[in-house]
Design a protein around this ligand. Structure first.
Ligand code: SAM
Length: 283
């Protein structure tokens, strides 16, 4: 079925630009004030049954789930978080990290704790820190996830943590949303926060997704190795710098290796998990 969004995209170039903006504004109003509240209410009705199925006592409200996984659906939220944690555990084991070792874990861009839930069940002895620019998500985490410590950070580094605090840093679906200069700034900051020998894991959009983008975007990504594009519609609550970033594997290998040893690209559904290490001697 053709969606309203697709129709909009097709007719937009034929409209005078003022009319295009007015229609876009109207569409966004209807989307945020009508469609989303209804969708959230519908999703919440299923929560209790899904919570019981997954054995989870407390879950974030639909609007916070929507911000981190693009849908308010609780099953997608819980399954996605559990799968991500399993992929991370497998990747760490593959690269010789003893899962009881890192002791101090940073979840950079933790949102409303999609990974926290599963990670802290498996490793209750780890000191788990979550950091995010989203104050609503962090407020929810602080109230409900007692197994971790949560802080709001500014969009731009530095953070308030001391250098070499963490044995493991995880950033799922954060570098998929920030521009190149912010990525550079955060890679430097994560290197500062990582202990020598620490493992740093971050996801990028899988290369196979590039084929689904508009042809000019595809060209830009293949030429530069990186592309950063504005998203049409965002859930409320995100800063304006939060858009969509795409990397080629070759770009990650050449650019991210300035900060860490890039040791692996592990395929997840729509993301690649980049496995990096801070060399032992590096400060
Ligand atoms: C797609 S969500 C993923 C959240 C979580 N990692 C997960 O997998 O469920 C991206 C998160 O990154 C956060 N974020 C984006 N830029 C950030 C930054 N510069 N510093 C900290 N958090 C950031 C957003 O607020 C959002 O919660």
């Amino acid at each position: 079925m053709v969606s309203i969004r697709q129709i909009g995209r097709a007719i937009a170039p034929m409209l005078p630009s003022r009319l295009e903006w007015m229609l876009k504004g109207l569409y966004l109003k209807l989307y945020h004030r009508g469609y989303l509240p209804l969708t959230y209410a519908k999703a919440a009705k299923m929560d209790r049954a899904v919570q019981e199925e997954f054995g989870v006592d407390v879950v974030p409200p639909p609007h916070l789930r929507h911000r981190v996984c693009g849908t308010p659906d609780l099953r997608a939220y819980l399954e996605g978080g559990r799968n991500s944690v399993e992929t991370i555990k497998t990747a760490l084991t593959k690269h010789g990290v003893k899962l009881c070792d890192p002791s101090s874990v940073l979840d950079f861009g933790c949102g409303c704790g999609r990974l926290t839930l599963w990670w802290t069940r498996d490793f209750p002895h780890h000191a788990y820190f979550g950091l995010d620019v989203d104050p609503d998500a962090i407020a929810w985490d602080r109230e409900h996830l007692w197994s971790g410590t949560f802080e709001v950070n500014g969009g731009v580094p530095p953070t308030e943590f001391n250098a070499e605090t963490f044995g493991l840093i995880i950033g799922v679906s954060v570098f998929t949303h920030i521009d190149e200069s912010l990525q550079t700034a955060w890679l430097k900051e994560l290197r500062r926060l990582a202990r020598p020998g620490a493992v740093v894991l971050a996801t990028v959009h899988a290369e196979k997704l590039v084929e689904q983008l508009a042809p000019p975007w595809q060209r830009e990504i293949w030429e530069k190795g990186f592309g950063f594009f504005r998203q049409d519609i965002m859930p409320k609550g995100f800063p304006s710098f939060y858009q969509a970033a795409f990397h080629t594997r070759a770009y990650v290998d050449s650019h991210w290796s300035r900060y860490f040893d890039v040791v692996d690209h592990v395929e997840m559904d729509f993301h690649d998990l980049i496995v990096m290490r801070k060399s032992e001697g590096v400060r």
